[in-house]
Design a protein around this ligand. Sequence first.
Ligand SMILES: Cc1cc2nc3c(=O)[nH]c(=O)nc-3n(C[C@H](O)[C@H](O)[C@H](O)COP(=O)(O)OP(=O)(O)OC[C@H]3O[C@@H](n4cnc5c(N)ncnc54)[C@H](O)[C@@H]3O)c2cc1C
Length: 474
Amino acid sequence: MPKILIVGGGYAGFYTAWKLEKHLRKGEAEVTVVDPLPYMTYQPFLPEVAAGSIEARHSVVALRRHLSKTKVVAGKVTGISHADKTATITPSVGDPYQVRYDQIVVTAGAVSRTFPIPGIADNAIGLKTIEEAVAIRDRLTANFDKAALVPAGPERDRLLTVVVVGGGFAGIEVFAELRSYASALLKNYPELRFEDTHFHLVEAMGRIMPEVSLKTSEWVLKNLAERGAAVHLDTQVTGAIDGNIELSTGETIPSDLIIWTAGVMANPTVVRGGDLPVEERGRIRARADLRVGTAEAPLEGAWAAGDVAAVPDLSGGGVGGYCVPNAQHAVRQAKLLAKNLVAVLRGEEPKEYVHKNLGAVAGLGIGIGVFQSGKIAIKGLPAWFAHRGYHGLAMPSWERKFRVLWGWWNNFWLGRDIVNLSTVQNPRYVFEEFAARPRPAQPAVTPPAEPREQGKIADQPEKVDAEKAAAAGR
Ligand SMILES: Cc1cc2nc3c(=O)[nH]c(=O)nc-3n(C[C@H](O)[C@H](O)[C@H](O)COP(=O)(O)OP(=O)(O)OC[C@H]3O[C@@H](n4cnc5c(N)ncnc54)[C@H](O)[C@@H]3O)c2cc1C
């Protein structure tokens, strides 16, 4: 039976495996997904997770629950030697080992792309994983608790200042969602005022959200300004040491929450750790039929899709002729990849990937959104409904859709949950504080030598000491 190895169970990897389960006949191939995480993350929900509108576990899809015919391995692929069709897997537990495959599907996604700006690596947080989204939610909420204890002044300002770097879709969404969350939190913190909260977004270009028209992006800027959120265009972050954000304008913003969303790069571990062809921007070179290789020469048995791959955009859109890294492409590429792979196994011809961008929809906090498709733009409440409607339905599986939609319904009536669980980082703190520990063993006491003439009495202290030592040991 041919062995299919899928590297990464995110958007593209999960959908490839899901569709292979559907298209493959029984016994036609054996499919394995390797991912260090046991779930696929629905990344478009991360801003809403950070803002408490969606519970963290609801926005991920358990691989083992939904991939019943696929073998799931918890580990990283740390090497690919396609010359001999072998991959190195570094499991979550145990030593690295090698597996042989017949077909490899590389869908290891992208990671946050940073620049060597002093302090960023130590002080900022990205927004690519569910853990980051949860940490952002907890940090902002915990900072409200702390700020309520300190008088108005620089320390309170620092605690209640949020800085987002990068004005792309993800950056604007998390910025606007957190603004909405912070405003909602204020009613539970009578010690704090709206003026105590500060929101800054730093963007190196002269505009935000390149996915929407300039006019629509200007509407977003205006909307954010009205909500007390400042956007610094044509500005770069030059330092972030000790949480002091230095800007190219000379301004310094002390902040306890710096979120970095200024770009992504193809997963370096997988790209650099293998012998698959890589293009100039560091992505695996893919063909329009999603096989790895050039238009002239496909590499037999190797496939790639999603953010890790440079797939030609035959619709005429894209950047530099390639599909932009987004979920819209990752999902559709994965569905076609599964069909093409099965076709090749059966000796048929694969089809080329053509998808014309449907447009973009973003949530900007409760009741506010923006949607753009070609020249059509919708803003405000109708766009927010479009955002929730689209993503609510795009979430894979009814089981997950139901959890997300139910959560939104609950929040509509009950409000978002405002509890911070930052102590989950140190979950044993109460247990440890009160846990009974064995006392250090008492040194054995040697009784002074006594005359033995009244032996019965002279033996007693020794016995009592031994009992005491035994009790202390308990
Ligand atoms: C905040 C945010 C909001 C977004 N909003 C939208 C949106 O509204 N619309 C849209 O179209 N797109 C959106 N995107 C982009 C979209 O989520 C990505 O383009 C999409 O997730 C790419 O899918 P992928 O499968 O290539 O990568 P991923 O979904 O990132 O999956 C990669 C997988 O590979 C795994 N992996 C990593 N290293 C290894 C390794 N060494 N071995 C094995 N597995 C590995 C990872 O754990 C992960 O599960 C958003 C992204 C973010 C961050």
